[in-house]
Design a protein around this ligand. Structure first.
Ligand code: ZN
Length: 852
């Protein structure tokens, strides 16, 4: 019988490594199928460490190895498919030298050294360095690196500062000790967009954005974002850059968004390249946020790294929190908060409510790549937001200063992180730590009463069992709240209640009438608030709440209640919702970006999740129809307001990606989406006269959503066939917006299109990954989409297991659905699991999803 559960790595098994790496010198002689890597590494015994001296190494052809200049013979070591163990006695300090050969051209997994469109590049996080040479590939082994690259390609880059170059070679020196996962090398025929930054410590830094020739006209926004990020980190966190050069390279074939390699960030080209014609406002915002994220890692991740991969949230949660603050500062804090909560609910709440639920700090994994999750990133950021709320902004700043002072140069843990907050603020965080160790989304239910001038609020918290964690302890939940008078005045401005028990009662005295509570302001904790609120009260908060997040949340909840009533018993759309929205969208004192968020209805997957949690089996088609019916009703009821908005939101003059213009376009396009349900003419007109991708794509999307747009689909391809990032949109939009019945056949046909490419993760995600974005199409009762996704996983896994594993999570919601769908999905998952030679990545994901 084959073993479906690959070996687990456990947090409890952590032991320091028996050696310290004092210096690493690497030489690369690049050749597509036979690159030679020689290494010279000085090691010293680490008295705190234990275990055998073993170097990780995979897919390496060992040519020779030596210790202190003495060539090793086969009796000196044991070699297997994952590494090399030294079996002969070693001196306290020794020089390890090795030469290996690797095959970048055959590397389609895009981990280690690979070739993308003629460009050599690397991806080492989490465990890719072991595919480059033999080394203790773990983040707590840190060393300064010197790198020599030999190749005829014109541009040869690595980490640190350039120290020499000549025809056919270049040398780099990175003085900052770093773990191997931050190593990077790039070589190619590249062109740079240059900039410069002078740090607050008076260091002059050369900035370069490297692309393939032809893309250099799309780098200005990335460069501008980088400069703003560097400035912001100095001003807000007091963190300056620490090398003479900062390079960013855009690569077409890339497994994730971007990577923070020291001094040499490597990016998926979609998060670098932008022009008004080819990139949307959303793309610009993502570029700004991801450039910032990777730059911020220089301190939170690189200068202070993780002791082991269980501590991943130490760098990712904190760096996401920082990039969220940055985007809020650059754009709008309330709108950014709404976006982040939408992302949290769609990605993390979903994950946390199914078989893949895990703590922010997991304690076991088979394949660490499977734990770069919404929980680690997004919930990890929420936990830091709660900490900041509990200790206050000054306490937070003090703690962060202490963190950088105490742990600079360390490979640290969550314990270290929390200790810094305890020492800086005097607060005991023992109970708070449960946010890191306990999985699942707490539900907070609310009861309230009013008598004799006293308002009483009772909060109860409960977290349902999750895989491996049947019993949950109460957590520290900061509930920001305020009270409003029935006339709309605020009687109690925002304060934070600390819910630490399973049940707690809070009293507010001296009120002259029964107040309206505004709870969980600014979404102060990643919890589900359980409270049946009459629609009149929601409409009141939508009109009057002083907290912008809760204003939006009230509108959202009204829309959700209305949709759920339609789904459950065919109820007509709620009049309070329609009138509330009418008032908000025509209120010109409100930010257009905020109004655009108000007009967007809850997503179909969010509704399915809510139905399931309230004990109803969701029917994806009924959900899809209910959303469409509400959109129709809004369009009819608000036609004249929407028409006026669409007209008034046309931004005059040449396109600029700034937040104000983007907000106007977002509102205009939200109006257009609804108006197109009545008549496609406006969208057709906008499509043909658009001079920027934001307007063009929105018009095309509006048409696709109502089953129109065939002409535009052809025109879009004709116009953009040579712009691969735009063609990714062309693929994904068709799948995402296909009608439920045609989704699977659309996706299958697109897989046979001449521009489809199994080796390019962006292209795969835009067809296979997009299936999950079309909830009704994915869950079509024929099972056609399930079959298509399973077929795709089986085909993709041998090419790129990391990407296959990521898209497999579309199946994680199977437990919500009816027996027929459940059986269809499980049969597909079992078929995938039975595939011979399935990767560890996909095996772990499918086993966990099945609950095996
Ligand atoms: Zn990151």
């Amino acid at each position: 019988m084959r073993d479906d559960s690959p070996t687990q790595t456990l947090l409890a098994d952590y032991r320091p490594y028996p050696l310290t790496a004092e210096s690493v010198a690497l030489t690369f002689r690049l050749a597509p199928s036979a690159t030679r890597v020689t290494s010279a590494i000085r090691y010293r015994a680490n008295p705190a460490g234990s275990g055998p001296v073993r170097f990780d190494g995979e897919k390496l052809r060992l040519i020779r190895a030596a210790v202190d200049g003495v060539e090793l013979t086969p009796g000196d070591y044991e070699l297997d498919s994952t590494g090399l163990t030294l079996t002969r006695p070693l001196p306290d300090s020794f020089l390890w030298e090795a030469e290996v050969e690797i095959d970048p051209a055959a590397n389609t997994a895009l981990e280690g050294l690979y070739i993308s469109k003629g460009m050599y590049c690397t991806q080492c996080e989490a465990e890719g360095f072991r595919k480059i040479t033999f080394y203790p590939d773990r983040p707590d082994v840190m060393a300064p690196f010197k790198v020599r690259i030999e190749s005829d390609l014109p541009v040869l880059l690595s980490n640190g500062n350039p120290v020499g170059s000549g025809p056919g070679w270049a040398e780099w020196d990175d003085p900052w000790p770093k773990p191997a996962y931050l190593f990077a090398l790039v070589a190619g025929d590249l062109v740079a967009t240059h900039g410069e930054f002078i740090t607050c410590e008076d260091r002059r830094v050369d900035l370069n954005i490297w692309t393939r020739p032809g893309d250099e006209d799309k780098c200005d926004y990335a460069l501008d974002s980088l400069i703003r990020s560097m400035d912001w980190d100095e001003r807000v966190y007091g963190r300056a850059y620490d090398l003479d050069i900062f390079n960013i390279v855009a690569v077409d074939d890339f497994n994730m968004g971007a990577m923070e390699n020291k001094g040499l960030n490597i990016f998926n080209s979609r998060y670098v390249l932008a022009s008004p014609e080819t990139a949307t406002d959303k793309d610009y915002e993502l570029i700004e946020g991801i450039i910032a994220h990777e730059y911020f890692h220089n301190w939170t991740g690189n200068r202070i790294t993780c002791r082991d991969w269980f501590q991943l949230c130490l760098k990712e949660g904190l760096t996401v929190f920082r990039d969220q603050q940055f985007t809020g500062d650059m754009r709008s804090q309330p709108v950014k908060r709404i976006d982040d909560v939408l992302g949290l609910r769609a990605g993390q709440f979903r994950e946390d409510s199914g078989p893949l639920s895990h703590p922010v700090r997991p304690d076991a994994y088979a394949e660490i790549n499977n734990f770069y999750t919404a929980t680690v990133y997004r919930k990890g950021a929420e936990v830091i937001g709660m900490l900041r709320r509990l200790v206050g902004p000054e306490g937070y700043d003090k703690a962060l200063d202490l963190y950088f002072e105490r742990h600079d140069g360390d490979a640290a843990t969550i314990e270290d992180w929390l200790k810094v907050f305890e020492d800086a603020t005097g607060r005991d965080l023992t109970q708070f730590k449960r946010w890191y160790t306990q999985s699942g989304t707490p539900r907070v239910s609310v009861e309230d009463s009013y008598a004799d001038g006293t308002y009483t609020l009772t909060l109860r918290q409960q977290t349902l069992p999750t895989p491996g964690q049947p019993d949950k302890q109460p957590q520290v939940i900061p509930v920001a709240m305020g009270l409003l008078n029935p006339n709309g005045d605020e009687v109690l401005p925002t304060r934070v209640l600390e819910l630490t028990e399973a049940e707690q009662t809070f009293e507010f005295k001296g009120l002259s009438s029964r107040p309206v509570p505004s709870l969980l302001r600014d979404f102060s904790a990643p919890v589900v608030l359980d409270r049946a609120v009459p629609s009149a009260e929601r409409a009141f908060l939508l009109a009057h709440d002083t907290d912008p997040f809760n204003r939006w949340e009230s509108g959202r909840a009204l829309a959700k209640d209305s949709l759920l009533a339609t789904i459950r018993d065919g109820a007509a759309p709620d009049a309070d919702l329609i009138e509330g929205l009418r008032a908000v969208i025509t209120d010109d004192s409100l930010d257009p970006a905020f109004r655009a968020k108000m007009l967007a209805l809850p997503g179909e997957d969010d509704l399915a999740q809510t139905l399931h949690q309230s004990g109803t089996t969701p029917d994806p088609l009924a959900i899809h129809r209910a959303v469409g019916a509400l959109e129709d009703a809004l369009a009819r009821a608000l036609e004249s307001e929407l028409t006026a908005l669409h007209d008034s939101c046309q931004v005059q003059g040449p396109y600029t990606p700034d937040a104000a213009s983007a907000g106007k376009r977002a509102l205009g396009n939200a109006a257009l989406g609804l108006l197109t349900r009545l008549d496609p003419a406006r969208a057709r007109a906008q499509f043909s006269k658009a001079d920027n991708m934001t307007q063009q794509q929105a018009a095309w999307a509006a048409l696709l959503a109502v089953g129109e747009g065939a002409v535009e689909t052809r025109a879009f391809y004709e116009q953009w066939q040579h712009e691969r990032l735009v063609i990714d949109k062309w693929f994904s939009m068709q799948v995402t917006l296909a009608s439920p019945e045609t989704c699977a056949e659309t996706a299958r046909a697109l897989q046979s299109h001449k521009d489809f490419d199994w080796k390019n993760p962006n292209r795969c995600r835009s067809v296979i990954g997009a299936l999950a974005l079309n909830a009704a199409g994915f869950h079509d009762p024929s099972g056609a989409s399930y079959r298509l996704l399973a077929d795709a996983l089986i085909r993709l896994d041998p090419i790129n297991p990391q990407t296959a594993a990521r898209v497999s999570s579309a199946f994680d919601s199977w437990g919500r659905y009816d027996a027929h769908r459940q059986e269809l999905i499980r049969a597909e998952l079992r078929r995938v699991l039975a595939t011979p030679d399935l990767s560890r990545d996909l095996t772990e994901m499918v086993s966990r999803i099945l609950g095996a």
